[in-house]
Write a new protein. Sequence first.
Length: 563
Amino acid sequence: MTGPETPRPSDFIRDIIKEDMETGKYGGRVHTRFPPEPNGYLHIGHAKSICLNFGVADEFRGLCNLRFDDTNPAKEEVEYVESIKEDVLWIGYDWGDRMYYASDYFDQMYAYAVELIRMGKAYVCDLSAEEIREHRGTLTQPGRNSPYRDRSAAENLELFERMKAGEFPDGSRTLRAKIDMTSGNINMRDPVMYRILHAEHHRTGDKWCIYPMYDYAHCVSDSIEGITHSICTLEFEDHRPLYDWFLDELKVECHPQQIEFARLNLSYTIMSKRKLLQLVEGGHVKGWDDPRMPAISGLRRRGYTPESIRNFCDRIGVAKRDSMVDMALLEFCIREDLNKRSPRVMAVLRPLKVVIVNYPENKSEELTAVNNPEDPGMGTRTVPFSRIIYIERDDFQEVPQKQFFRLSPGREVRLRYAYYLTCVGVVKDEKTGEVVEVHCTYDPATRGGDSPDGRKVKATLHWVSAAHAIEIEARLYNTLFLKADPDDVEEGQDFRSNMNPDSLETLAARAEPCLSDAKPGDRFQFERMGYFCVDPDSSGGKPVFNRTVTLKDTWAKVRKKGK
């Protein structure tokens, strides 16, 4: 993507890499990796890591691997592997022939574990998971040694081999690193390296019934692949001494440098895969690719572009401290991108019938409309016009409020690309009193939307011809949560109590006939209404359009409501 010849703001990670290259560390190599666990779909937070790891490799003419840290078969699925590959490619990065799995190295990891046992640096422990937690101590109290800590190397080797052979039930034994139960860093208090788990792995089948823990598998995998800079998020900062301890004790040829950066926290958004899975499994959303989800597949379905996401990641930068990024910035980035690339069309989301009483009943005509004023090269299109049209219901008020300049009795407005229009009457529902039809006259001399006598109007409305418009389904998405921090809840509640009941509104709308040819993934600006994308499930029946983003920030109302 971005090469070293492209000037860009630096950050502390790039400064570290630049210094390492200048001093010849790692022989001047730069080799990073993006290491997702295949236990869920990627989200916008992962996009930051993707752009950072692959971007740094590109900038410094290095390499970046895609590696699946698949060490927990109980939660991993091939579906997640395939979705991750699709997302990384869609964002704009390619790992070439460097796609790996931690499971590729299970034999080597086992051999390293045996080596640590022989060195007296690891032991088999019979404590249960709960007992291990009790022995670990607290931040203010040191831990206590396991009663099995002083087993001989020979006994540990025999037990570890029997663990591998499947002789013991799940949870009955673990292999632990033998470090220091009094360490001020709890991660160094004899952490578990292997646990027994009789579960079939999506790649290795039933070959293994013991699986390495993440902290052990991750650093070993990095070393085997020749990674130079292991870039991860801040929650792993306290794990760095353990990362280094394993590699120092094993005296590996390649010892990568772990560097931590602040993860992305986005307002009104949950970034925990565990919690996102709860939303999916609980039916609160319609799958991982629900356009309300922060999953990359959801953003793609909603109409976000890879360019906008890369630009967003560039803008938020790389920091050492956690902070909250406002959703408005992500919206700005997609608006900025779609404004340049999206053709304009007219669609009426909440139709109100307008009859132009002085327009011939059997007449229709073709008017010229601009496809994108930001790009003259996109040309023009023709828009049909006839006696009966639809306008937005919000564009008419029988008794206009102060500062309302759109259509009302006796008032003249402009129809986009068409004529000046004046309201001369209304038709109401006899039971409810609701206005169901507006009667107007038009000025034939104003064709194209300009007045030859120079008179001005204060409002321009979009519209569609009733005789030519197609029916569409418009899905309007709002933030999934009412609070900027969804985890800010009352006692006894969880993040789901902050869900926005109005996060999705589905409308039966009308649109220009040209949209009948729109294909899934096509993006448009509905004039005055926002940017929309054709949903993949639009095959058959009404075309479905997902609103990607409004034309301006509308979260203010949500913020006020959610406080």
